[in-house]
Design a protein around this ligand. Structure first.
Ligand SMILES: NC(=O)c1ccc[n+]([C@@H]2O[C@H](COP(=O)([O-])OP(=O)(O)OC[C@H]3O[C@@H](n4cnc5c(N)ncnc54)[C@H](O)[C@@H]3O)[C@@H](O)[C@H]2O)c1
Length: 334
């Protein structure tokens, strides 16, 4: 199936189809120079397949992990394009998870004030969430995503077949973002998790999560209001991510728990446990709290967060630092 992100002249197709990676040559305009960015944890055949469909590919393999969302690696991508004589009519194509996607989207947005960007996400998290919506970014001084711009891709190719090589822990982390989509806006999607159907029919779960994000981004492309609901679980989650070595999706799993009404939490915890996601973590709550206050969502002394009062519906609330500190302690235990 193909979803269309309706954003006027910034609109684009999101192709969700088993085996679509092999059709990159016809689905993407690769009859030009293309910087194909991947990382050393992504099986190399995926980037090779895209490169094989490209007239003049430059493949760059960056080190895997969040630490590649940095200025030195960004500069490396820009330098490679310059050295290979890229013009404004050439393109960048990410073949990897959210790290490769966020970083290379920013490189594409910056090179010569912006060239075309394609995303071929290869993790469940990036297929269900990060590859659409146009948020690009790198981290700075330990603060996540603090440097970046909004810029939409030209097209996104989601091939669930590439998930066959993804380790189970990464699959579970991806489910966290899909569960998030269900909790904030699609009660039926959440029910698919309660019945176990979501794992049996991943394509349906994936498409429903994308539909939730697409609808929100279409309403509020640059996060001036509604789009903040997608940050559900991320306020506390980012704090935990800065302090622990847990995966992004695992931190979202933890971050959602304190931001639910008790009745929702009772339904959520068994779902997360069954998926193999953490529901509590050993760390210093004080450190999580101070990391969180550095996060970009903390403004004017109070912290904006999203609360799910009933499954499928959420609202924005403003919390005092003390109230947030208490919430952290429901999942972060010394
Ligand atoms: N832009 C957004 O809207 C948005 C939204 C959510 C998260 N993010 C960002 O996404 C990042 C997390 O993304 P992620 O969870 O995809 O992590 P990731 O990009 O670090 O990928 C996880 C690991 O899986 C490996 N991998 C990727 N594809 C594989 C495959 N098919 N088979 C085997 N291994 C594979 C990678 O090498 C890596 O080691 C974070 O930086 C987060 O901030 C961005």
């Amino acid at each position: 199936m193909t979803l269309r992100m309706e954003l006027g002249e910034n609109g684009y197709d999101i192709v969700i189809e088993r085996g679509c990676l092999k059709k990159a040559g016809t689905l993407l305009d690769l009859d030009r120079k293309a910087l194909i960015v991947t990382d050393d944890g992504v099986p190399p055949q995926y980037a090779k397949t895209v490169a094989g469909a490209c007239k003049a590919p430059t493949v760059v393999t960056i080190p895997q992990g969040e630490s590649s969302k940095s200025f030195p690696v960004l500069e490396q991508l820009l330098s490679r394009m310059l050295a290979a004589g890229f013009s404004r009519s050439d393109c960048v194509c990410a073949v990897g998870g959210g790290v490769v996607g966020d970083l290379s989207a920013l490189a594409a947005a910056l090179y010569m004030r912006g060239i075309d960007f394609y995303n071929v996400p290869t993790t469940l998290l990036s297929q269900a969430d990060s590859s659409i919506g146009g948020k690009t970014g790198i981290d700075l001084d330990g603060v996540k995503n603090v440097v970046g711009v909004f810029r939409q891709p030209k097209k996104v190719l989601i091939d669930p077949d590439v998930l066959s090589t993804l380790p189970p822990r990464q699959i579970a982390a991806g489910h966290a973002e899909i569960v998030k989509a269900g909790l904030i806006a699609d009660a039926g999607l959440f029910s698919l998790y309660e019945s176990g159907e979501a794992e049996r029919d991943l394509l349906t779960a994936l498409s429903r999560a994308l539909a939730v994000k697409k609808a929100v981004v279409e309403e509020d492309e640059k996060e001036s209001g509604l789009r903040r609901i997608l940050n559900f679980g991320h306020t506390v989650g980012h704090g935990i991510e800065s302090v622990t070595g847990l995966l992004h999706g695992e931190c979202v799993s933890l971050g959602m728990i304190p931001m639910c009404a008790p009745a929702v939490r009772e339904r959520l915890i068994p779902v997360l446990e069954r998926l193999g996601l953490p529901t509590s973590v050993e760390a210093d709550p004080e450190k999580v709290f101070s990391a969180l206050l550095h996060d970009k969502k903390a403004a004017g002394g109070r912290i904006t967060a999203i609360l799910v009062e009933e499954v499928g519906a959420c609202k924005q609330i403003s919390l005092s630092p003390e109230a947030l500190r208490e919430k952290i302690e429901t999942v972060v235990k010394r």
